[in-house]
Write a protein that binds this ligand. Structure first.
Ligand SMILES: NC(=[NH2+])NCCC[C@H](N)C(=O)O
Length: 479
């Protein structure tokens, strides 16, 4: 029987993934809280759904579960109520390949014990009164799932804050071969997400087979004894956007605004002890809002092709600057650079340094994925033209989801990056056109190659997350 949970690469054909469609909570973000909730702006929910995210879902279905959509596109598009996309509607696509978290959550809430525990836990982290527990416990599972996610009860009362970043399912956990590593979010705004997802992983039947393979990162035991300023340093936090399964034996962990060295050390220990991977490479990126996770500065397109932010790709120091820094005339730029250290199982106390991001990615392509050195190619954000590299990275030019090797989904707005893709021999196509071509039989998901599929993104791109962030793969074919 085929495995249900197995991810050993970033680009093997995608078979199953977890997603979450923008929920009503996203439409309740207020300007005064937008930054705290990790959104730079408030979004127009209806546009985000109809003109953007729905296209994403349809495209995923076409690749992963075509029976759910083929031949029905006209009917789906004609339904003004969008019932096909609503998990609580009888017309819902209900796929076991493109899996909606809200659906899994309402499934597990059918169980009284799970419902009781989760209500109590959610109320505790949101500092709710005892009476609220009862009110929530008595909601039907579907309504309760919606309430726990959106923060608002069926009667419209805003009980909790929304969790608008739940659409970025990448960050909730990572499939590492046939194990799942659970996240420990850094940001308060993402705490309830982590709780809901723990309950899903530990209780939903689709994860029965990997239950013993769920990995929780232990906390620093004495953390609660430290004064706040020290505790911050010693935190053990890790978010999925910082973890990349680039090859069966090789895992990357970003050290970033969100993921700490302490967390990475714990993960190295656990994964090596359990012999889940042989190599773990830590990639330290500058601590900056622009790039909160490593998948915002590079992702993989094919075995031999990567997209990345040029300014972080190579060591930036000019020789004359080095002299001035040594002399103390210029501040050290170390924190603004990428630092890379690789650990091997069995030799974990002899890590090796890798000089640059390009060198690391080249090594992965050659040594882990069997490419020829001259075939390794880089596509740069904004075509590496000033000032487009940084501009387009801000709207997720480097954050692509491969649905199969060489076929990626990304935002439509990053013109210079798209040009760079074309120069590298890729076709670029609007998602809507692609769907029509699939429906008419002009193209097919099986035969399509070397293509950048353009997802409309005026609203989706306002929270520093792209299609890589909006996906948690749980099954990919082996490369
Ligand atoms: N894997 C990712 N890069 N996720 C992006 C998350 C964006 C989200 N607004 C946050 O700041 O948390």
């Amino acid at each position: 029987m085929e495995n249900l949970i197995q991810v050993s690469s970033e680009v093997g054909t995608l078979r199953r993934l977890l997603i979450h469609s923008p929920d009503s909570g996203l439409g309740k973000v207020v300007p005064s809280k937008a930054q705290d909730w990790l959104f730079e702006d408030i979004v127009h929910l209806d546009t985000m759904r109809r003109q953007e995210y729905d296209f994403y879902v349809k495209t995923l279905l076409y690749f992963l579960d075509p029976d759910k959509i083929k031949g029905k596109l006209a009917t789906i598009n004609a339904d003004n109520d969008r019932n096909f996309f609503k998990p609580d509607n009888p017309e819902y696509f209900n796929s076991d390949k493109v899996i909606e978290l809200q659906k899994l959550l309402s499934d597990i809430l059918e169980n009284d014990l799970v419902r009781m525990k989760l209500v109590a836990a959610a109320c505790a982290i949101e500092k709710e009164w005892y009476t609220t527990h009862d009110e929530l416990f008595n909601l039907p599972p579907i309504e309760l799932a919606k309430t726990l996610i959106s923060g608002s009860t069926p009667s419209g009362e805003m009980l909790f804050p929304p969790i608008p970043n739940f659409i970025f399912t990448r960050d909730i956990g990572i499939t590492i071969n046939n194990h799942i590593l659970l996240n420990r979010p850094k940001k308060q705004a993402r705490t309830r997400e982590a709780l809901l997802v723990q309950y899903i992983f530990f209780n939903h039947p689709i994860f029965d087979a990997v239950r013993k393979n769920l990995i929780e990162i232990p906390d620093n035991e004495t953390l609660f004894l430290l004064p706040e300023y020290e505790a911050n340093e010693a935190q053990t936090t890790l978010e999925g956007g910082d973890v990349m399964m680039v090859a069966k034996n090789h895992l990357l962990i970003g050290i970033s605004e969100r993921t700490t060295v302490n967390a990475a050390k714990q993960v190295i220990k656990i994964l090596f002890e359990k012999k889940i991977v042989d190599k773990i490479t830590l990639v330290k990126i500058p601590n900056k809002r622009d790039y909160m996770h490593i998948d915002t500065v590079f992702t993989q397109v094919k075995r031999n092709v990567w997209v990345l932010l040029g300014s972080l790709a190579k060591p930036q120091l000019k020789a004359e600057d080095e002299v001035l820094i040594k002399a103390g005339l210029l501040p050290s730029k170390k924190a603004e650079q990428v630092h890379i250290v690789q650990f091997r199982r069995g030799q974990a106390d002899e890590p090796r340094e890798i000089a640059s991001l390009e060198e690391l990615l080249t090594e992965i392509s050659i040594y882990d994925l069997g490419c020829q050195p001259l075939d390794v190619k880089f596509i740069y954000s904004g075509n590496n033209e000033f000032p487009y590299g940084a501009r387009e990275q801000w709207t997720d030019s480097c954050n692509l989801l491969a649905v199969k090797e060489g076929v990626v989904i990304g935002y439509d707005r990053n013109d210079k990056t798209l040009e760079a893709f074309k120069e590298m021999g890729f076709e670029t196509i609007k998602m809507e056109d692609l769907l029509n071509d699939f429906e008419s039989g002009k193209r097919s998901p099986e035969t399509i190659q070397n293509t950048f599929i353009m997802l409309p993104s005026a609203e989706l791109s306002r929270a520093r997350g792209g299609s890589h962030c909006m996906s948690m793969p749980i099954l990919r074919s082996e490369l």
